[in-house]
Design a protein around this ligand. Structure first.
Ligand SMILES: *Cc1c(COP(=O)(O)O)cnc(C)c1O
Length: 385
């Protein structure tokens, strides 16, 4: 079956007790047993819940994978994968990544004696050079956040040995545009809060894999640590995921139009969008992705004051954290999502106070461009000060 058919049907059987066509929100913490230890496969909702199970089947199917565990957030999903490691293990990580992932690695897990080396993953040789005997995991985010660099997943997969897990945070591309497992990754992590949920109304995460041993470890930690989504959040993500293909096509068409609009403005310094031919990894993106996604980053010419004024001036683009919803958002990563990375470190990576990030929604493109043009023109005097 093809993508949208899987999104709409996988895990979505009619309810066995009532025939309800849509999977119900099983808002229950426990299940009545007919005799001691005799139940229908459900005993306690941290361990298993039918609404969550339906979501897990659906999300596994989106990547044509065998296993999925759903979590209460993308960070809980990330933590569950890292739970597979032991003290003393070493991880190689890309140096342009989600701020919360950096915080988890540098301020939580490093205290448990996991070691992290950050490298520019657009250079596979840098990854090769960072591998150590104790390296157990390579963590890739692509496209990266917020600079939208592209990492060649297959090239990194070729560098690793059997004892090392390659995990890809596929939140930005979504399973509609990128299939990391087919490129050699061992597991995928999602923040389903973003494109998969798609409506900015639920927080969630997922780990997807074909590796039975890893899946069992993640499932064990899902129950043992307990970062599970409630039934209603699982249901919201499941409903959102059914329209993922339609939404991703619309996000991409709008993002492309906006990237071209920005690239054509004299007061825009640089535009970061993997779909632009000028993007340094455009060819890799074309090869490993089926579309370039809905995120666009850019910098404005002129003083920082103009960037700040502009970010507060758009009307359709709300100044907000997060991404991947139907509504357009604008953010200043250095002051918002990436505020937890020390300033020096941030600037070294190119995440300056003049970098803006757009999560392009699925409103009408002409209205989005009008909104940006109005805000650019209204702040032009800042640029000449
Ligand atoms: C948002 C995000 C996360 C974290 O997910 P939460 O659902 O906010 O916990 C991880 N990775 C990327 C790329 C993200 O955008």
């Amino acid at each position: 079956m093809r993508f949208s058919t899987r999104a709409i049907h996988a895990g979505q059987e009619a309810d066995p007790t009532t025939g309800a066509t849509i999977v119900p929100i099983y808002q229950t913490s426990t299940y009545t047993q007919s005799a001691v230890g005799e139940h229908k496969g459900f005993d306690y909702s941290r361990t298993v819940n039918p609404t969550r199970t339906a979501l897990e089947k659906q999300l596994a199917a989106l990547d044509e994978a065998a296993f999925c565990s759903a979590f209460a957030s993308g960070m809980a999903a990330t933590a569950a994968v890292l739970n597979a490691l032991s003290a003393g293990d070493h991880v190689v990580v890309g140096d342009d990544l989600y701020g919360g992932t950096y915080r988890l690695f540098s301020r939580v897990l490093s205290r448990y004696d996991l070691r992290f080396t950050y490298v520019d993953m657009t250079l596979p040789e840098a990854v090769g050079a960072a591998l150590e005997p104790r390296t157990k995991l390579i963590w890739v985010e692509t496209p990266t956040n917020p600079l939208l660099k592209i990492v060649d997943i297959a090239a990194i997969a070729n560098l690793k040995d059997a004892g090392q897990l390659l995990v890809v945070d596929n939140t930005f591309a979504s399973p509609y545009f990128q299939s990391p497992l087919a490129l050699g990754a061992d597991a995928i992590v999602y923040s389903t809060t973003k494109y998969i949920g798609g409506h900015s109304d639920a927080v969630g995460g997922a780990v997807v894999t074909n590796d039975a041993k890893l899946a069992e470890t993640v499932r064990f930690h899902q129950n043992a640590v307990g970062g599970v989504p409630g039934p209603f959040d699982a249901w919201l993500v499941m409903r959102g995921a059914k329209t993922l293909a339609l939404r991703m096509r619309a996000h991409e068409a709008n993002a492309r139009g906006i990237a071209e609009f920005l690239a054509g403005r004299d007061d825009v310094e640089s535009v970061f969008y993997p779909g632009l031919r000028s993007h340094p990894q455009h060819e890799i993106a074309k090869r490993q992705m089926r579309g370039f996604g809905g995120m666009v980053s850019f910098t404005l010419r002129g003083p920082e004051a103009r960037t700040f004024a502009f970010a507060g001036r758009t009307r359709l683009f709300s100044l907000a954290e997060s991404l991947g919803g139907v509504e357009s958002l604008i953010s200043l990563p250095a002051r918002m999502t990436h505020g937890s990375i020390p300033k020096e470190e941030r600037e070294r990576r190119g995440v300056t106070d003049r970098l803006l990030r757009l999560s392009v929604g699925i409103e009408d493109l002409e209205d989005l461009i009008d909104d940006l043009r109005t805000a650019l023109d209204a702040t032009v005097e800042h640029a000449h000060r």
